[in-house]
Design a protein around this ligand. Structure first.
Ligand code: NAD
Length: 255
């Protein structure tokens, strides 16, 4: 692996000379610098995602209550989190037509807050939706209702249970989001992967899709990932600082 400084300069040179836009693929490590813990860093798994499988949510009222309890406990941290410089740089690169947008596994909405076009593979923590009808709404008032009543809220239209618009274990991803993520991965001339352990499918398959379509592959992560051998450049470092160094190198190359 090349030293971090020269690696960031190499990434900048490839991004600056790209024949068409790249795409970013991010995971929970993109948000740790905004104060949201990831899932797998180090040895201990943190309970930052709901542990209630989708089938249990649908069939078991106690599981539904446990789901709402976990989500409500996390809600304030997710609402108050703000994007860091790395999020802003990805949005800037999209404005500069260096990026198509961001494919993310994150449910925190920070890329949207920073201004990126985003494909959310695992949904969004800030919305709730009905399991039976089309009803969707901002999560905050329903979290407040749950806290006050200690009861899982029902859809105001059809009475079915409401659920945060995140993808639970065993729940299907949105086919349209997944299809677009596949398209972006095939279309992009480079993929920059940031802050993910690349252990959750289908997100972990997208770098292979991009590579097979001829894209350059850059991986920025604190720890090794299972796809490091596939990458053209691997940078084991912090997401925000690394993206800032790439931006500095871009600015030096194109004043
Ligand atoms: P993960 O926890 O499996 O892996 C995160 C990776 O990021 C780790 O390898 C870690 O070393 C690295 N990392 C942590 N901080 C970093 C930093 N500042 N700079 C560079 N690398 C850093 O996360 P995943 O691969 O996204 O899978 C976890 C699942 O949990 C996802 O499906 C996601 O939906 C969910 N999740 C989301 C959030 C969020 O929305 N912020 C937070 C936790 C978990």
């Amino acid at each position: 692996m090349a030293g971090t400084q020269s690696a960031t300069e190499k990434v900048a040179a490839r991004l600056a000379g790209a024949r068409s836009p790249w795409v970013a693929l991010t995971g929970a490590g993109m948000s740790t610098e905004s104060g949201l813990p990831d899932f797998r860093s180090g040895s201990d798994r943190k309970v930052v995602v709901s542990t209630v499988p989708y089938s249990q949510f649908c069939s078991d009222p106690d599981a539904r209550w446990a789901f709402w309890q976990q989500k409500s406990a996390l809600h304030d941290a997710y609402v108050s989190a703000i994007p860091h410089r790395g999020h802003s740089l990805l949005a800037r690169w999209e404005q500069e037509q260096r990026l198509l947008g961001v494919i993310t596994q994150n449910i925190d909405g920070l890329h949207q807050k920073a201004g990126s076009s985003v494909l959310e593979l695992h949904g969004n923590m800030h919305q709730v939706c009905c399991l039976e009808c089309e009803f969707q709404d901002a999560a905050s008032e329903w979290v407040e209702q749950f806290r006050q009543t200690n009861t899982v809220p029902d859809c105001p239209h059809c009475g079915a249970p409401l659920k945060h618009a995140t993808i639970s274990f065993g729940q299907n991803l949105s086919p349209s989001v997944l299809q677009k993520a596949w398209c972006w991965s095939k279309q992009a001339s480079g993929m920059i992967v940031i802050g993910t352990s690349l252990t959750v499918s289908p997100a972990a398959e997208l770098p292979r899709v991009a590579k097979q379509a001829g894209a350059e592959l850059i991986i920025i992560n604190r720890e090794p990932t299972p796809l490091d051998d596939l990458a053209d450049i691997v940078i084991q470092a912090e997401a925000g600082a690394t993206l800032a160094r790439i931006q500095d190198a871009l600015a030096r190359a194109q004043p």
